[in-house]
Write a new protein. Sequence first.
Length: 182
Amino acid sequence: MNTPDPRAAVLANALETTLPLFTRFLNGFNNENRTHQSPGIPNHAAWTLGHLALYHHRATDRLLGHDDPQPLPADDFIEGSGRSGTPDRIDSESVCYGSVPVDDPSIYPTFDRLLDIHQRAWSRLIETTRSADSAMLDRKVPWGNAPFPADALVVRMMMHMGTHAGQITDLRRGLGMPNAIS
């Protein structure tokens, strides 16, 4: 890899500040309520953490030049049927785009484990971004309906986390939890 592009440090710093803004909305979630859902709210906390971790890895792989999905960390994920998660590992099919969260704690890792898996995936994205050179950040990457520059994908990951922070905020209201921001 060549010298990091000046944009890399700015993007990595923005990623670093995004995580605590997101995780404050998780206060009050634990093993007992991590899969609780509320009518009209699409996702629960366990699904959200697993989903974000999955797509943090997918975005990191794109930055690294892989346009096809790469193997996920075996300590954190299994590729199962969508109902094969364990207390330690996320079934990637249960949290992928289009999957339907269910209130079944047995198919999701524990809450602390989910936080750990999510943190590691986000840290991988930060460190990859921090060391990105111009070629990495300018490369057009396939994502969704159309390719766009990889530096824009990094910004999209922050917006993706923000979208799910909003869903967690709605979930908190639906579950009668206190406001996360006072």
